[in-house]
Design a protein around this ligand. Structure first.
Ligand code: MN3
Length: 199
């Protein structure tokens, strides 16, 4: 992605059908090529009218008090992040070292997964659920509305799941719970651990 105006989005880092059957090809095409692209297009359009903001980076724009800038900047950032933490079903396993960190913060991996699922299911309307690293190095589950990102209050996301209906409706319809539970099959744990250690 372009880190400055005019913003672009990253190409999907794998084929549109690679996450099947957990996320279907058509959903990925619409989600990346239409929804994600639209956030970048809309952000650029608003910035054309706000020349004083054109020098700001994406993370700064995500904190903007102009709703259109904040929401679209978040949409660009969050989706690039989201694509990067997924991979083909059942090809990535949590390492022993990551498991130790998860257990230190959540008692058990099951407890972590259940808290994350509840965060995604409890988000009313559109938003995200995240695993974040706090400034003192602790792991927490947080849920944000719309395209808000925990970075804006100083917490570093290491895993995130889009629970907007556009992310799952074609395949799962109203059953967000099935989508959230199926997500575990496509988590890229290598990427999660990399974010945890290097960001
Ligand atoms: Mn989305």
């Amino acid at each position: 992605m372009n880190k400055n105006f005019p913003f672009t989005i990253n190409p999907l880092p794998y084929g549109y059908d690679v996450l099947e059957p957990v996320i279907d090809k058509q959903t990925m095409e619409i989600h990346h090529d239409k929804h994600h692209q639209a956030y970048a297009d809309n952000l650029n359009k608003i910035l054309e009218q706000n020349a004083d903001k054109q020098k700001l980076g994406l993370e700064e724009l995500m904190k903007s008090d102009i709703a259109g800038i904040k929401n679209n900047a978040g949409g660009v950032y969050n989706h690039d992040f989201f694509w990067s933490v997924m991979t083909a079903p059942n090809t990535s396993k949590m390492s022993e070292s990551l498991k130790v960190v998860i257990e230190k913060n959540f008692e058990t991996v099951d407890e972590f997964m259940s808290k994350f699922e509840l965060g995604g299911l409890g988000r009313f309307g559109s938003g995200w659920v995240w695993l974040v690293k706090t400034t003192d190095g602790k792991l927490e589950i947080v849920s944000t509305a719309n395209q808000d990102n925990p970075l804006s209050d100083g917490r570093q996301p290491v895993l995130g799941l889009d629970v907007w209906e556009h992310a799952y409706y074609l395949k799962y319809q109203n059953k967000r719970v099935d989508y959230v539970k199926a997500f575990w099959q496509i988590v890229n744990w290598v990427k999660v651990e990399d974010l945890l250690n290097n960001s």
